[in-house]
Design a protein around this ligand. Structure first.
Ligand SMILES: *Cc1c(COP(=O)(O)O)cnc(C)c1O
Length: 229
């Protein structure tokens, strides 16, 4: 077995154990393999080991890999910051976007989604209290953005995403993920029917699953450490 195949198996095992500990079926958590800065050849190895959903953060790099791998039935998820001049490539190449945080970007993605494709599946990125980057809608503005996106037929609002600050403290990890889950519950209490919590990465997926993650986004635990920029 290749290293990638072994690593994938180990991550699946971590997900299964965390799900069991939370009393959740393992099948309720989808593994998104984050393949930014990873070669098309490595993605083929992950595909051969059964992985179908891949997450990318850089539009140009991703578009090249989507093209190079278009012989495989892969699902591509965009998880990086969205610049307005890159929305067309995202609308044309991806099934999911996890990092939507502005109405203007939502409007562009909707207008540019090709008519022949099904609705773009969308999570709103939320700046939970300790998110390190400037990305993400503020919790106080989330409801308004959710209503805006919900009204766009080319987009299908599925849930929320967050990237909490890294911390080795499992209680603090859970606190941030719990905040995102509670925001999702508040939206559903307002009449939304959201089913997706995109949260948890290589170092904190157990805490995310304990708080209800339905998609975990895992890169380095599958493909190895990236070069730090
Ligand atoms: C890189 C990245 C990940 C994966 O992080 P790892 O720590 O390598 O698992 C997940 N989500 C987003 C948004 C990322 O940019």
């Amino acid at each position: 077995m290749t290293t990638i195949s072994n690593a994938l198996q180990a991550v699946r095992q971590r997900i299964a154990l965390a799900a069991a500990a939370a009393g959740r079926p393992a099948g309720s958590i989808q593994l998104l393999a984050v393949s930014k800065a990873v070669s098309a050849a490595a993605i083929r190895q992950a595909y051969a080991a059964g992985q179908r959903a891949f997450g990318e953060s850089y539009v140009q790099e991703a578009a090249e890999k989507v093209e190079a791998l278009n012989d495989l039935p892969l699902k591509w998820h965009f998880i990086g910051p969205i610049q307005s001049n890159k929305t067309r490539l995202i609308a044309e190449n991806f099934s999911w976007v996890h990092s939507l945080d502005r109405a203007r970007i939502a409007d562009r993605l909707a207008a540019q989604r090709p008519a022949g494709l099904s609705a773009l599946q969308v999570c709103l990125q939320v700046n939970v209290s300790n998110e390190p980057s400037k990305s993400g809608v503020a919790p106080a503005e989330l409801l308004q953005l959710a209503r805006h996106v919900q009204a766009l037929p080319q987009l299908k609002l599925r849930g929320l995403m967050a990237i909490p600050a890294p911390t080795g403290d499992p209680l603090r990890q859970r606190q941030a993920f719990r905040q995102l889950r509670q925001l999702l519950e508040q939206l559903n209490a307002e009449g939304f029917q959201l089913d997706t919590l995109s949260m948890g990465m290589s170092d904190d997926l157990e805490a995310a699953i304990a708080e209800g993650a339905t998609i975990v986004r895992v890169g380095s635990a599958i493909f190895g450490e990236r070069q730090k920029a």
